[in-house]
Ligand binder design. Structure first.
Ligand code: FES
Ligand code: FES
Length: 167
């Protein structure tokens, strides 16, 4: 079946099987490997993208279910004026080690800050509670999100480094 999804502001199409997962559509059909796939049990959350602004685990969404919707991946976080504050926060606060969980963490953080620009530590921890990090102990991830909340426009001035978009 032909599926068209608006990904990072651009309509992208592919001919896929009905069982094709959104994470596979993004990684295999579009080459957007910033969205990671870390488990077969819907537990790890490294595959989180935003669908119509809401975080979803892209390994639990069929590509066909996302047809006609707006999907935003980690590749779409950086704007024309620079890094998203969430990306800059992960750099400033060393919010990653191996980086495998980072794309999903950053997309969840972006969604949280979009609906709640000044979240408490408990609200940040609740927002990322569906995602696993095997490296950081979560503390620096929380600090990174707090930095982003405190510097909503700061990243636009920062040098263009990219956090968390590796394959
Ligand atoms: Fe682990 Fe989606 S890949 S929850
Ligand atoms: Fe390695 Fe989170 S930084 S899993």
């Amino acid at each position: 079946m032909q599926v068209t999804i608006n990904v990072n502001g651009e309509d992208r199409s592919a001919d896929v099987e009905a069982r094709h997962l959104l994470v596979r559509f993004l990684r295999d059909d579009l080459g957007l490997t910033g969205t990671h796939w870390g488990c077969d049990t819907s537990n790890c959350g490294t595959c989180v993208v935003l669908m119509d602004g809401e975080p979803v685990k892209s390994c639990t969404v069929l590509a066909a279910m996302a047809a006609g919707h707006e999907v935003r991946t980690v590749e779409g976080l950086e704007g024309p004026d620079g890094l998203d504050p969430v990306q800059q926060g992960f750099i400033e606060k060393h919010g990653l080690q191996c980086g495998f969980c980072t794309p999903g963490m950053m997309m969840t953080a972006r969604a949280l800050l979009d609906r709640n620009p000044d979240p408490s530590e408990d609200e940040i921890r609740e927002a990322i509670s569906g995602q696993l990090c095997r490296c950081t102990g979560y503390l620096n991830i929380v600090r990174a999100v707090q930095w982003a909340a405190q510097h909503p426009a700061e990243a636009e001035q920062a040098p263009a480094q990219t956090a968390g978009s590796a394959a």
